[in-house]
Design a protein around this ligand. Structure first.
Ligand SMILES: [Zn+2]
Length: 232
């Protein structure tokens, strides 16, 4: 009887105080609030990102909010059919102040993860570590209807679902170019920048593969949505 009464009081307290408590939860720790691109990459943030893959309308709404906040520029594209169909893809044109070597087609979750990575890692780190704002990201593409490493017997690549972006380098406002192929193994500030943004990228993408993974990635970072923080 006493246990039941205690349980009843606990439930009543939870009902009364939960909405107030929610107000005091820091961003990234509130399981109910919609995701924002500035949320730190906690387990709750990752869980939200993952569930958005099954809810294109909710994902597009969050992306639209990020656009209003100047974090990304994109246009919604049509759902496609065929060998490598895409559901509610978007064409990413820039990440706010950070331009792209060319626009790229992305699944909504890839666009969202990329915007989070740029806003929370690539952009602020350029300023603090290299003393110049990040002006442009050079990439090698995102969507390609093919198997992994284009092998006939392999499963479909993440690129076949516009679920991965290959980043080749970064350009700063002062004109400096930082490329994965040339600077990854250098023991200087630019090399350190590449290593720090690569290791941070694992918090925002399902997997991040770089030059240390294999020779196929000697010149770029592969940022994909499969997996749960695999980073090599
Ligand atoms: Zn790739």
């Amino acid at each position: 009887m006493r246990f039941l009464l205690g349980l009843l009081i606990a439930v009543a307290l939870a009902v009364v105080f939960a909405p107030r408590l929610q107000r005091y939860l820091p961003p990234g720790y509130d399981p109910i609030a919609p995701l924002s691109v500035t949320d730190p990459p906690t387990l709750i943030t990752r869980f939200k990102l993952r569930s958005l893959a099954r809810d294109p309308a909710a994902c597009l709404a969050i992306l639209a909010q990020a656009r209003a906040a100047g974090r990304i520029d994109f246009t919604a594209e049509r759902t496609t059919t065929g060998a490598c169909p895409l559901v509610s893809p978007v064409r990413v044109r820039s990440f706010g102040p950070v331009a792209l070597s060319s626009s790229f087609l992305a699944s909504c979750p890839l666009a969202l993860s990329s915007a989070m990575f740029v806003a929370q890692s690539a952009l602020p780190r350029a300023e603090t570590d290299l003393g110049s704002p990040l002006a442009r990201i050079d990439h090698l593409g995102s969507y390609a209807c093919r198997n992994i490493y284009s092998r006939p017997d392999a499963r479909l690549s993440e690129h076949a679902g516009a679920d991965a972006l290959d980043v080749a380098g970064f350009r700063l406002a002062n004109g400096k170019e930082i490329t994965v192929s040339r600077q990854w193994r250098r023991d200087d500030a630019e090399g350190a920048y590449l290593h720090s943004v690569f290791s941070q990228s694992c918090d925002f993408f399902g997997n991040s593969l770089g030059p240390d993974y294999n020779s196929a990635h000697a010149g770029h970072f592969h940022f994909g949505m499969r997996g749960f923080g695999l980073c090599r």
